[in-house]
Ligand binder design. Sequence first.
Ligand SMILES: Nc1nc2c(c(=O)[nH]1)N=C([C@H](O)[C@H](O)COP(=O)(O)OP(=O)(O)OP(=O)(O)O)CN2
Ligand code: ZN
Length: 140
Amino acid sequence: MMQQFYPSVSHPYSFELNKDMHFSAAHYIPADEAGKCAKMHGHTYHLNITIAGDQLNGTGFLIDFKQLKDLIHKRYDHSVLNDHPEFTETFPTTEQLAQQIHKLTQDTLDRSDNQPKCIQVIVRETPTSYVIYRPKEVSS
Ligand SMILES: Nc1nc2c(c(=O)[nH]1)N=C([C@H](O)[C@H](O)COP(=O)(O)OP(=O)(O)OP(=O)(O)O)CN2
Ligand SMILES: [Zn+2]
């Protein structure tokens, strides 16, 4: 997904930042309808995270690109997604991973003075399958 065009999201903000990253992880979906995916297997997940806002921080960033990568990559790279506490009650499907990555990101953004918003998370699980998560309401 690197250096590609992505589905865009309309928003009222002046600044928009996009961060691509990837990580390798294993998972399994312990449900009958998951078929072969009920067995442990691995993916290189490709992400695109979109952050928007009207205010920059003291450095002139919406958020440091590196901070975004550290937040997600350090947590999930070379891990078993099912072992993370956020997936004890739900399965690490592409949809629920995208939603959790949004939550992790927005929780971090909420602690910054300039209050940027995470408006879209794209998670590509395989070359042919990806999910977009957009929060229902983005308050400014
Ligand atoms: N809605 C979802 N469907 C499936 C998910 C998911 O997270 N959300 N996950 C899986 C499996 O984890 C699987 O690894 C990925 O499935 P799929 O794209 O079908 O993989 P293939 O390589 O077999 O796909 P091709 O059609 O051959 O390219 C399954 N479903
Ligand atoms: Zn899978």
